[in-house]
Ligand binder design. Sequence first.
Ligand SMILES: [Zn+2]
Ligand SMILES: [Zn+2]
Length: 174
Amino acid sequence: MSDFCCGVSEMVLDLKSIFLNEDIVLRDTYVFDMTDTVIDGIKPFGSAVTVEIRAENRAGIVRLFLAAVFDLTKPCDRCGTEVTRKFQYHFEHYLVVSLSGDQNDDYIETPDYTLDIDELLRSDILLELPSKYLCREDCKGLCPICGADRNEGQCNCAVKPVDSRLEALRQLIN
Ligand SMILES: [Zn+2]
Ligand SMILES: [Zn+2]
């Protein structure tokens, strides 16, 4: 296997030599700017996404591997503290020049041997992001009564205020 360089021009991957030669592997790194992307009203991508690309031909189908590393800066969904967390995702796609009958949505058709990596990566990353963004997995969140950050210690609020109110009601009824 020989390495093939420089198949990437900004955002469009030229895969012609990979499709035509089974013994060529394309490797490249790539910097992808997602800093303008808005999620929940803010722009959490503080810096660019670093992407490692590898593409290889397996019996006419080009397997594309994308490894993306980036930081997100967002307020924690539980306690509201803004934190920066590092993310590392791996994506794999199967590319064909033209789809045949038994190939479904898992395959990407590249009739002119080129692929817009930006568009693909953007949707890959956005689909993979966690639905809950936490400062740490065991974040205790805020006290619903006094608003204290429970990560910084216990407040003096009653543990089950709803139950005690129900108990008072019950006593009134009786
Ligand atoms: Zn938190
Ligand atoms: Zn409290």
